[in-house]
Write a protein that binds this ligand. Structure first.
Ligand SMILES: [Cu+2]
Length: 502
């Protein structure tokens, strides 16, 4: 049996703890003590074929594509004899891939079979605020919610996850998350697009697994939240993927609560970045690594040689001017997904030189500048207040937002409803990997991120959209604000009524 350890940390930081009752378990190697957490280092796992989340069934009713999702609990088998309590959509962990085409109307019938309130947010989706699935659209235990909207954005790898205020980290950590792939007839020919074969969802999460099998959340006071030693890809450890063609497209999603990954191949080979959060870039960007903070996505295409094996890894990550990089996972390394090529590979088209046309939003068109300072668990010195309107935006306008992280540890910034463009970082042009549509951006400490956003289509004076840090501990602890999009001249609400919450 071939085994690969899924976690490496420089030995100076390894802590060898004593076995207690765990000695009875089939655990080997280091049992790294983690204070009160009792996180365990699992024994190396046998190589496991990467599970591919199924494409969700749908039916078309009166011109609307209808999906069904049921949030439910389940168990996983990670620690022998100790089932891990988990949750998922339509299964014990994660959820099916929703897939719809630009121009389609979709409806998702969501049944909450958990014993507590949750919600389902469509991360990266442009849609009315009532359908957004944020904290103002709770789904009570035992009830059903049926949001409906028009898919009107370019092809992209989006995702869905709960967003109940204060509980998002716990719900996502249990496994409530899935991909939502938007297709678009304008996408170019020639990209690998055989789902699960040469176009593969890769949902990456680190987990703290406790000595009784359960997923833990770090309560030790680590500023960024939960950084686990166990890596799951599409819900399994030590994942491998059989490759049968010369090129493969990986849709990378960082669905971790706190960790920023730095994806790279073991042999440092070049790959083509073809898409960021909101869709295809104008042209492929050759890279040897890509940093993704929680909730960010990247689509990459990599060339494969017949018969080879190559490991997609997460290497040590440059977090910027953080105080103690090692404390925030900067030194941690993981094996993520081993690609195992067949002896003979089917030919693949080369990656098109032009992928998409992206209209550049122009600073000259912007009507306003807003500043957002992220510090501790606040944005602009304010804790999240579900009733407060923090920002008022007028529909049809373009705005520039200046966002900065004033802490010496990681934050990121996610805006609902819109995809934005990065104008500048500290006054400099952003790197090419940040040249396309984004909905979430990592914030290195003490740098100024200047982004430009255009707010179209949807208005509501009673239901806001969110902006927040997507490190889920921070979000849950209040690092979130609310904006409403109003018609020109429409009066702003003094408070957001909670009457629509039930
Ligand atoms: Cu944060």
């Amino acid at each position: 049996m071939e085994t690969v350890s899924d976690f490496r940390r420089p030995s100076r930081r390894a802590v060898v703890g004593g076995f207690t009752s765990l000695g009875l378990l089939a655990l080997t190697g280091t049992l790294a003590a983690c204070g009160r957490q009792n996180e365990i280092q699992l024994a190396a796992a046998p190589a496991t074929s990467l599970p591919i989340p199924p494409v969700a069934d749908s039916r078309v009713e009166d011109g609307i594509r209808v999906f069904e999702l049921e949030a439910r609990t389940g168990t996983l088998d990670l620690v022998p004899g100790f089932p891990t309590t988990s949750a998922g959509f339509n299964g014990p962990y994660l959820g099916p891939t929703l897939r719809a085409e630009r121009g389609e109307h979709v409806r998702v019938k969501i049944t909450n079979s958990l014993d507590e309130v949750t919600s389902v947010h469509w991360h990266g989706m442009h849609l009315p605020p009532e359908m957004d699935g944020g904290p103002h659209q709770p789904v009570a235990a035992g009830s059903t919610w049926e949001p409906e909207w028009l898919i009107d954005q370019p092809a992209a790898t989006l995702w869905y996850h709960p967003h109940p205020h204060g509980e998002t980290q716990r719900h996502v950590n249990l496994g409530l998350a899935g991909m939502f792939i938007v297709d678009d007839a304008d996408a170019p020919e020639g990209l690998p697009s055989d789902y699960g074969v040469d176009d593969v969802p890769v949902i990456v999460q680190d987990k703290m697994v406790g000595d009784e099998g359960d997923f833990l959340l770090d309560s030790s006071g680590n500023e960024v939240g939960t950084l686990g030693k166990t890596l799951l890809v599409n819900g399994v450890r030590n994942a491998q993927l059989e490759v049968a063609s010369r090129r493969i497209r990986l849709r990378l999603l960082n669905a971790a609560p706190a960790r920023t990954f730095n994806f790279t191949f073991a042999d440092s080979r070049e790959f083509a970045l073809i898409a960021s959060d909101g869709g295809l870039l104008t042209a492929p960007v050759p890279l040897t690594s890509i940093r993704l903070s929680p909730a960010e996505r990247a689509e990459i295409v990599v060339d494969i040689e017949p018969g080879e094996r190559v490991m997609l890894r997460s290497a040590g990550v440059e977090l910027g001017a953080v105080a103690v990089p090692a404390a925030f996972g900067g030194d941690d390394e993981f094996d993520v997904l081993e690609l195992r090529a067949a002896g003979e590979l089917a030919p693949s088209s080369s990656v098109p030189e032009t992928l998409a046309s992206i209209e550049r939003l122009r600073e000259d068109d912007a009507v306003g500048l807003r500043e957002f300072r992220l510090a501790d668990r606040k944005i602009n010195s304010k804790d999240m207040d579900m009733g407060r309107v923090d920002e008022i935006v007028r529909v049809g306008t373009t705005e520039v937002w200046e966002v900065r992280n004033t802490n010496p540890y990681p934050h990121n910034f996610h805006v609902h409803d819109v995809q934005f463009q990065v104008l500048a970082i500290d006054g400099e042009e952003p790197p090419p990997e940040l040249g396309g549509w984004k909905d979430t951006i990592y914030l290195e400490p003490r740098r100024v991120y200047r982004i430009i956003l255009r707010f179209g289509d949807y208005t509501s004076s009673s239901v806001p959209y969110m902006y927040h840090c997507h490190l889920l501990l921070h979000e849950d602890e209040g690092m979130m604000g609310q904006f409403v999009v109003l018609e020109k001249g429409e009066a702003a609400p003094l408070r957001i009524s909670m009457d629509h919450d039930h």
